[in-house]
Design a protein around this ligand. Structure first.
Ligand code: NDP
Length: 445
């Protein structure tokens, strides 16, 4: 590691002890940005890198709620308002037992650069709770969401901070949260995105992250005169992002052969076609079952306790969670001939995995670029709410597709190094410049 990066990281670690994922995310960005800042000293003088690594505001609150047995439960709620230089804070809410401050700060930090890359005027934030919706009744989830929003509503608003979904927060949770916000504030506004279409949602928002991830991969493949046609694709996760990534790959002529959840993965060499995907959607979104049940229904392999990276593929689409591909997994992917990784999840590849991709010079789209389609379409949902209009499916999809093409171009602009495109560097610098310039213009705030 470069000495300047080392010194910078020593200060970050001392100031944010124990927040390992936050350190990891900041270090990856610092490695790209510190050399760039050395060449552009105005950012150094203004200490922009130090400033963007410090949240503007963090709110931590108690979330008491009652379970079905009448027992009081206490969860912890968070909202990290990271940076509002180019627009109101924007970023999802995650409900998962692993949630802690360090994880939300890593996600909020990534979100700032990602939102900037979308070309839309959105700052960055992230929030959530250690509440686990898995295994809870609808009534318990509602009780929790209402308590969570009773506090959160004091800190958010359509021109201040606009949360959305993430792991564990889908249409059901957004509905309960929106209902409680409206009831307390007596306002029908676009304060949350990911709403259902009947009450202010946007067509294509549910599809956007997975579709965008595949559009980004398509652009990367194009730089080598290649496409999805006839390719074997491994996908991890089986939630929102994984489902729509699978749909788009199939539409583009590729074959998705794996899906997973936190318990294990399924391998279906025949491919997960539209009919099988409809089964997965019902299983995961309605019945809230486990991916193992797919293997029983379609008579294919289920591998307990493992991730799908040992399966031979051309293209990998990690779409579950952070650090789900380590150095050994990356080596396995490369040894099996994988030459394109497009991240739907946030930071699914460890630093060792990223180094392995870079050394092998494969196509690698980091999450902050490749999964930005979700928040971009949230931005489009906000525009429609402000206009009090709804655009058609085709209009939104066409805008999403164009945004992913523009993000790809921006990454090429800052990441091209001879024949090789370093998308990590491209995304980090491309996202940084706009935020940094806005912060400089707004003074020391
Ligand atoms: P969902 O909750 O819909 O699905 C998450 C999937 O990942 C589930 O299959 C879940 O399995 C699995 N998973 C979660 N945690 C773990 C874990 N610790 N180990 C293994 N598997 C795990 O979430 P999304 O699809 O919305 O989000 C997936 C990823 O995409 C996240 O990293 C999120 O931050 C990122 N993302 C999402 C966006 C969106 O618009 N939704 C936008 C941009 C990024 P199980 O059911 O067993 O928990």
């Amino acid at each position: 590691m470069d000495n300047k990066v080392k010194e910078f990281m020593a200060r970050i670690i001392a100031k944010n002890p124990g927040e390992l994922e936050f350190h990891q995310a900041v270090e990856e960005v610092a490695e790209s940005l510190i050399p760039y800042i050395e060449e552009n000293p105005r950012y150094k003088v203004a200490k922009i890198l130090e400033r963007i690594a410090e949240p503007e505001r963090v709110i931590i609150f108690r979330v008491p709620w009652m379970d079905d047995k009448g027992e009081v439960q206490i969860s912890r709620g968070y909202r990290v308002e990271m940076n509002s230089a180019i627009g109101p804070y924007k970023g999802g809410l995650r409900f998962h037992p692993t949630v802690n401050l360090g994880i939300l700060k890593f996600l909020a930090f990534e979100q700032v650069l990602k939102n900037s890359l979308t070309t839309l005027p959105m700052g960055g934030g992230k929030g959530g709770s250690d509440f686990d919706p898995k295994g809870k009744s609808d009534n318990e989830v509602m009780s929790f969401c209402q308590s969570f929003m009773t506090e959160l509503c004091k800190h958010i608003g359509p021109d201040t901070d606009i949360p959305a979904g993430d792991i564990g927060v889908g249409g059901r949770e957004i509905g309960f949260l929106f209902g409680q916000y409206k009831r307390i504030r007596n306002e029908f506004t676009g304060v949350l995105t990911g709403k259902a279409i009947e009450w202010g949602g946007s067509l294509i928002r549910p599809e956007a992250t997975g579709y965008g991830q595949v559009y980004f991969a398509k652009e990367m493949l194009k730089t080598r005169g290649d496409s999805f046609k006839g390719k074997i694709v491994t996908v991890s996760g089986s939630g929102n992002v994984a489902q729509f990534a699978t749909q788009k790959v199939t539409e583009f002529g590729g074959k998705v052969v794996t899906l997973s959840d936190s318990a294990g993965y399924i391998y279906d060499p025949e491919g997960i076609d539209a009919e099988k995907l409809a089964y997965v959607m019902e299983l995961k979104n309605v019945k809230r079952g486990r991916i193992k049940e797919y293997a029983a229904k379609y008579g294919c392999t289920y591998v307990d306790g493992k991730r799908p990276w040992e399966v031979k593929c051309d293209i990998a689409l990690p779409s579950a969670t952070q650090n789900e591909i380590n150095g050994d997994d990356a080596k396995m992917l490369l040894d099996n001939g994988c030459y394109c990784v497009s991240e739907g999840a946030n930071m699914p590849s460890t630093p060792e995995a990223i180094t392995a991709y870079q050394n092998a010079k494969i196509l690698f789209g980091p999450g902050k670029a490749a999964n930005a389609g979700g928040v971009a379409t949230s931005g489009l949902e906000m525009s429609q709410n402000s206009l009090r209009l709804s655009w058609t499916r085709e209009e939104v999809d066409q805008k999403l597709h164009q945004i992913m093409i523009d993000i790809h171009e921006n990454c090429v602009k800052y990441g091209k190094d001879g024949d090789y495109i370093d998308y990590v560097k491209g995304a980090n610098i491309g996202g940084f410049v706009k935020v940094a310039d806005a912060m400089m213009a707004q003074g020391v705030v």
